[in-house]
Ligand binder design. Structure first.
Ligand SMILES: [Zn+2]
Length: 87
């Protein structure tokens, strides 16, 4: 006997994290850093270990925004504190 499937999920807001865009001058490209937690509470610059092998200093506040479900990203951290040496 097949079990009826409950497809209804509780109304929960989907959370895909945040995206901070930053320019990689070495590669001449725009990269995306995904952050799981809202970075708004702390807008100090972060040191991002870029794919190009260098570490870029990135300003947080003006560039952060909600990430959409299928938006690609180059790097991912849980918290921006991971990218701050003095944290
Ligand atoms: Zn780079």
């Amino acid at each position: 006997m097949p079990q009826p499937r409950r497809s209804k999920k509780p109304a929960e807001r989907e959370d895909y994290g945040w995206v901070i865009s930053f320019g990689c001058k070495t590669a001449g490209e725009l990269r995306r850093l995904k952050v799981d937690t809202d970075p708004a509470s702390d807008t100090r610059p972060v040191e991002v270990p870029c794919l190009c092998g260098e570490t870029h200093r990135v300003t947080v506040s003006p560039y952060r925004r909600r990430r959409s479900a299928d938006e690609p990203f180059d790097l991912e951290v849980v918290s921006l504190d991971e990218l701050r040496a003095d944290a």
